[in-house]
Design a protein around this ligand. Sequence first.
Ligand code: HEM
Length: 139
Amino acid sequence: MANLSNLFLRTALLFLGTGVAMGIFMSLSQDFTIRPVHGHMNLLGWVGFFLYALFYRHFPHVAATRLPWIHFWTAVIGLPAMMAGLTLVVLGHMSLGLPLLLGGELVTVISVALIIHIGFMATKAEPASPHRENFAPAE
Ligand code: HEM
């Protein structure tokens, strides 16, 4: 089975490339219309997905279950849909942009609800760290 953490990390890198390309485009053209798309792409896409990758690296027993995959697919479908919708909205194409934006937001909110749930479950069921015994009082 594919490694969920690596998948999140690679997706984060693609969002970073896309977000930075938008930043460079804005700087060169001095047209800042897509500024919120750039901001969300970098923060949710790059920073958020990178943190998800680290999270699943840290809790590999959680990554092996099914719910994190639903988290991945909702996150990876939701953000591009939301960004495409937001781009259309800021460019003035409301009739297509608004439903896409709202649909993408809904799917993204589901992904966020999932990671909140998964995060709480993971920390509740965390097995004792093998390093913990190093801190046991000396006998
Ligand atoms: C080479 C890389 C980047 C370039 C060239 C770039 C360029 C820009 C530009 C030109 C703006 C608009 C500034 C303005 O309106 O005065 C901007 C806004 C912003 N950037 Fe970047 N950026 C880069 C990377 C990043 C990264 C890595 C992040 C986050 C992790 C980021 C987050 C933001 C945010 C949050 C805003 C404000 C968005 C808003 O006001 O709606 N940027 N950036």
